[in-house]
Design a protein around this ligand. Structure first.
Ligand SMILES: [Zn+2]
Ligand SMILES: [Zn+2]
Length: 275
């Protein structure tokens, strides 16, 4: 069964209308499609949804649900950033699910926003100004923030678990065999299991040319499988052309390591369906 619960649109930093994604999804034989626009934040950015757009976003998805009922199941989500003072979107009326993300860290001293999911130059700045060029401190700060999110407001799905590898092509910043890195990931996976949060296998970094394998890396899938952690395959699409980018390959690779099912919203219930 084909599904994707991670998708952007022109309401945030994607392009095209919501309906364009649904039309593409129907054409490609999807049974389930969920939108997860970047939830509004309390500071200026150029990639989150403006708070003024939120009602229109929710209403438009409601209209699409009705229009395409019987053809494809559509769900209303938000990709919600976790940071000091953030909103808890899980209880917002009309929201079916949230994808919890840490895309940036707030500098405690200056209050400035330090990007983790930006350009390589921005990551270099974050590492220098926030962590004195100590990559281990950055690992700890990022994964600790994820764990705080899991403890304080666990989402349905945890977004791109190892997003900090985005600009790490050629191991520019670190090696994934780094024991501190692996230890932080293990601690985070323990909490993911405890909170029964779904790990997304996110192909969006590949479709946009940042990375050569999904978030998280395949060695982490194996650990997730051994720990009994549920996964869901997503494309983090920012354009209707990419809604199933690398899905066939990802599903085949998941099956190779033993996954038979993914967990998705279907018939309005989280359930495991065959990959
Ligand atoms: Zn994201
Ligand atoms: Zn996203």
């Amino acid at each position: 069964m084909k599904s994707n619960l991670h998708s952007h649109s022109r309401y945030d930093d994607g392009s095209e209308e919501l309906e364009s994604y649904i039309k593409a999804a129907i054409e490609k034989g999807f049974s389930v499609y969920g939108f997860s626009g970047h939830a509004p934040v309390n500071f200026d950015t150029n990639w989150h949804m403006k708070a003024d757009y939120l009602d229109d976003y929710l209403n438009t998805i409601d209209e699409l649900k009705e229009k395409y009922e019987g053809t494809i199941e559509i769900y209303t989500g938000l990709e919600a950033d976790f940071y000091p003072g953030c909103m808890d979107w899980r209880s917002k009326a009309g929201i079916d699910y949230t994808i919890g993300a840490v895309h940036f860290l707030k500098n405690e001293q200056t209050g400035s926003v330090m990007d983790l999911d930006g350009t390589k130059e921005e990551f270099i700045t974050t590492l220098r100004e926030g962590f004195n060029n100590d990559i281990h401190s950055l690992f700890r700060a990022y994964f600790e923030k994820l764990r705080n999110m899991l403890l304080e407001m666990p989402p349905n799905i945890i977004a791109h678990l190892d997003i900090i590898k985005k600009n790490n092509s050629g191991n520019f910043f670190f090696e994934e065999t780094n024991p501190v890195y692996q230890d932080e990931i293990m601690k985070t996976l323990e909490l993911i299991r405890k909170t029964d949060t779904i790990v997304e296998i996110n192909t969006g970094g590949m479709s946009r040319g940042y990375v050569t394998e999904p978030y998280p890396s395949r060695w982490i899938w194996k650990i997730c499988h051994d720990m009994g952690i549920h996964i869901t395959v997503t494309s983090d699409s920012h354009h209707p052309d990419n809604i199933d980018y690398f899905f066939d390959e990802a599903c085949a690779q998941l099956k190779e390591i033993g996954y038979k099912e993914q967990r998705i919203l279907y018939n309005n219930v989280w359930q495991d369906v065959r990959l």
